[in-house]
Ligand binder design. Structure first.
Ligand SMILES: [Zn+2]
Length: 574
């Protein structure tokens, strides 16, 4: 009877046509390879989104039923859609700030640099400094007509920027090139004597050319930082807004739809919340405070936000206070001394008591801890601190406290990590950027046992994570994916190749893994009905292309909350 009763209803449904059954989608992606990271349906051809959510994933035919008047249909033409990539560990405003500083590493002439500065001046209020870095005269293919000691004079630069002081830092950091406005500001004249250890380069008439060597640059750097400190609140806010926008847009160009920021301040969160209210955040932010415990006391509850502003802003973490330093500079805190500096175990940077005080505040205010532990000693100390806090609060479950970087881990601490539910927040790319010298620091045996053992951690049951720590490394998930699955170093050798992630795990780490590390697995990390329509479209299928083709993968499109924000090389304005 029941069976028979269904028949008229099914007939009625098909008679009404699909659009009365399904919601009409705002956006449909079709004819693609949809890699979902959802075990229930790992691969599909098409996807429909309505508002900021995914409403269906399936075959081209199934999804066609969601197309109606007003649906934007994008033909993926066989390209690959994956869940929006999540940067698992970066520094958002310093990343944005680094983009405000002009980058001359690839400039091929001085005149190219002058036009870049002139372009920046058009978008910068008069009187504000314009800063650039990374120039090197040996990279210039065309030379200026007038050269003094192999360098041009400031004439063309000063003519292009009469209203802005300009300081261009040499790639070595040992000198700066400045314009006339900057020299006027510091009252540098034809008779100014250089400070000891410095050199003001002058032409044959005794006029400064703009090049300041060594100590002669100090007065300009001081003038710049003095100016930054004295600016009115409005100017400083305008600059922070530019950083937020520039950083987010650069993230979108690299397929990043969410960014986990390890180290913000109350003041920054105040502004970023305002931008969330205005709907002006380019990517979704997950933020961790980097403030002293005494300054966080009494304030954390007011600032705790989860999914604020249509899921663009979450603040619920205390992060990157650094327990130790970096391995490259022998700062990572190790259980045994450095192989190439036997007198040193590295450095404990922030005192244990300070981290303990933060941990106490975190557990009381339902914040996550996310502290840097690079060396095996730092890692173990953090496990100890976290474990002590957990055992004082046995009622609190699923805390997912994190240890950032986790580059050297003693084998005894692998299972402990899993048992405590702690997430090692690692960056795949570091295995390749640090790989060339890690063996020097640790020696071969310790490297083999403890160095960048990211897959060992995942095999043991820890959540796999990924990222590039921008601006420390370039915001380049494809590069980090490539290193995660190959461990190939620039010279072609491999670093700890037994620790590669599988392709599937590498994709998982950049999507679902990072989502879990931020308690966001119900919203992000896979392409499934009900989740946010955050989608990255790639030129090819990262799961199947040969190793040596991975780096050719281009970001074709970045979609945040159902809105295409980057497409064909251009940002789509909000
Ligand atoms: Zn960092």
């Amino acid at each position: 009877m029941r069976y028979l009763g269904l028949i008229p209803m099914m007939a009625a449904l098909s008679a009404c046509g699909p659009s009365s059954v399904h919601p009409v989608a705002d956006l449909v992606l079709t004819n693609g390879i949809v890699v979902t990271v959802d075990p229930a349906l790992p691969r599909a051809e098409a996807l429909a989104a309505s508002g900021d959510r995914i409403v269906a994933v399936g075959t081209n035919e199934e999804i066609a039923a969601y197309v109606g008047k007003g649906t934007e249909v994008i033909d993926l033409r066989g390209q690959t859609a994956i869940p929006g990539l999540i940067e698992g560990h970066g520094h958002y405003t310093s990343f944005g700030g680094s983009l405000l500083i002009l980058d001359f590493r690839y400039a091929k002439s001085f005149s190219e640099i002058v036009s870049m500065v002139a372009e920046s001046a058009r978008n910068t209020p008069a009187g504000e400094w314009i800063i650039g870095r990374g120039w090197h005269q040996d990279k210039w293919q065309t030379k200026e007509d007038v050269l003094v000691e192999g360098l041009p004079t400031h004439a063309s630069l000063s003519a292009a920027t009469p209203e802005h002081p300009v300081m261009l830092i040499h790639t070595s950091g040992h000198g700066v090139f400045v314009n006339k406005k900057a020299m006027t500001l510091v009252e540098l004249t034809d008779t100014t004597q250089p400070p000891e250890g410095g050199e003001i380069v002058r032409d044959s008439d005794g006029h400064a050319t703009g090049m300041m060597r060594e100590a002669a640059q100090d007065v300009f750097r001081q003038a710049y930082s003095g100016h930054q400190g004295r600016r009115q609140a409005g100017v400083a806010e305008a600059e922070l807004r530019r950083m937020v926008t520039l950083g987010g847009e650069e993230a979108l160009r690299h397929g990043i739809t969410s960014f986990q920021d390890l180290g913000t301040t109350f003041a920054e969160v105040d502004l970023i919340r305002k931008m969330a209210d205005e709907g002006k955040l380019p990517v979704r932010l997950y933020m961790a405070f980097e403030e002293d415990a005494k300054d966080m006391e009494g304030r954390l509850a007011d600032y705790r936000m989860v999914g604020y502003g249509d899921n663009f802003l979450t603040v619920r973490s205390i992060g990157e206070k650094v327990l130790d330093g970096a391995l490259g500079t022998h700062g990572g805190w190790l259980l045994e001394p450095y192989a190439d500096m036997p007198r040193s175990h590295g450095l404990n940077v922030v005192p244990i008591e300070e981290i303990e005080a933060s941990a106490k505040l975190a557990i009381e205010n339902a914040y996550q801890m996310a502290i840097q532990g690079i060396g095996d000693r730092a890692y173990r100390e953090l496990l100890n601190i976290y474990e002590a806090e957990f055992s004082r609060h046995p009622d609190k479950k699923d805390l997912r406290w994190r240890i950032e970087h986790a580059q050297v881990i003693h084998p005894d601490d692998v299972q402990r990590t899993v048992d405590l539910g702690i997430i090692p927040a690692v960056q795949g790319i570091f295995a390749c950027s640090d790989g060339p010298w890690v063996v020097d620091r640790l020696g071969p045996e310790r490297t083999l046992e403890r160095g960048y053992i990211f897959n060992t951690l995942a095999e043991a049951g820890a959540t796999p994570t990924n990222g590039t720590d921008p601006p420390v490394d370039e915001i380049d998930p494809i590069a980090s994916f490539h290193c995660s699955v190959t461990r190939i170093l620039p010279d072609g050798t491999k670093f700890q190749p037994q620790e590669v992630y599988s392709r599937e795990r590498a994709l998982y780490s950049y999507t679902m893994g990072n989502a879990i590390a931020a308690f966001e697995e119900d919203l992000k990390g896979s392409l499934a009905t009900g989740k946010l329509a955050d989608i990255t479209v790639l030129s090819q299928d990262l799961l199947t292309v040969p190793d040596d083709k991975i780096r050719d993968t281009r970001i074709v499109m970045t979609i945040v909350g159902g809105k295409v924000r980057y497409r064909d090389g251009a940002i789509v304005p909000l």
